[in-house]
Design a protein around this ligand. Structure first.
Ligand SMILES: CC(C)(COP(=O)(O)OP(=O)(O)OC[C@H]1O[C@@H](n2cnc3c(N)ncnc32)[C@H](O)[C@@H]1OP(=O)(O)O)[C@@H](O)C(=O)NCCC(=O)NCCS
Length: 170
């Protein structure tokens, strides 16, 4: 059973995490803890409790989109920066890829943001994909590309509310 838990360094001692992108593997081991302590990013681990290992993780932090970049997402010019949340990292161990675990992780993140949106203002959820394959994953999960940055994608907070709206009882 896979279960999402806040980052703890102990969880990483269980089994080495390897997603095929060295940068993301190293960040989890070397920097997730210190960023957590500085309140810079918040990392969530998806634990496979039976196997005793980390199946995936994501990290989020606040972000500000400059007015010029915001135009490419929201379609009209702004005279001021747009508050956003950045999905700074998201990765699935290669042993778990292609089984819906990435989507599960992303939806866990978005569900948390939906809750946060009631008390913190932000207009967009933004991700800078490492490569086109990752961008395709986000597109499949409902994100849209910025008009002039192929590897930057976003979801509006309005989209979030629609996606996760409770189903109307019939
Ligand atoms: C990208 C990544 C997170 C996807 O996780 P995953 O568990 O393999 O993806 P899922 O099985 O949940 O797939 C969800 C959807 O995205 C699609 N998808 C996943 N990887 C894809 C890829 N490389 N190219 C195109 N589509 C992809 C799947 O086909 C699926 O769509 P479907 O439901 O219509 O079939 C994972 O491959 C990974 O961690 N890669 C290495 C690290 C990385 O690149 N992270 C992203 C940094 S921006």
């Amino acid at each position: 059973m896979l279960i999402a838990r806040p980052f703890t360094p102990e969880a990483l001692k269980l089994h080495p995490f390897s997603c095929g992108e060295q940068e993301l593997d190293e960040w989890l081991v070397q920097y997730a803890g210190q960023n957590e302590r500085k309140n810079n990013t918040r990392t969530t681990l998806l634990l496979d409790e039976r196997a005793g290992r980390v199946a995936g993780y994501y990290s989020m932090r606040t972000f500000e989109l400059q007015a010029a970049d915001a135009e490419s997402a929201v379609g009209r010019s702004r005279g001021y920066p747009v508050p956003a949340v950045l999905i700074a990292k998201l990765a699935v161990d290669t042993d778990y890829q292609g089984k819906g675990v990435g989507r599960l992780l992303l939806f866990d993140a978005l569900q948390k943001l939906l809750g946060a949106a009631d008390s913190v203002g932000f207009e967009l959820v933004v991700v800078h994909a490492l490569h086109e394959d990752a961008a395709c994953f986000y597109l499949k999960c409902g994100f849209r590309r910025f008009l002039d940055h192929d590897l930057s994608l976003f979801l509006t907070t309005k989209d979030l509310r629609v996606t996760f709206a409770p189903a109307n009882p019939s």
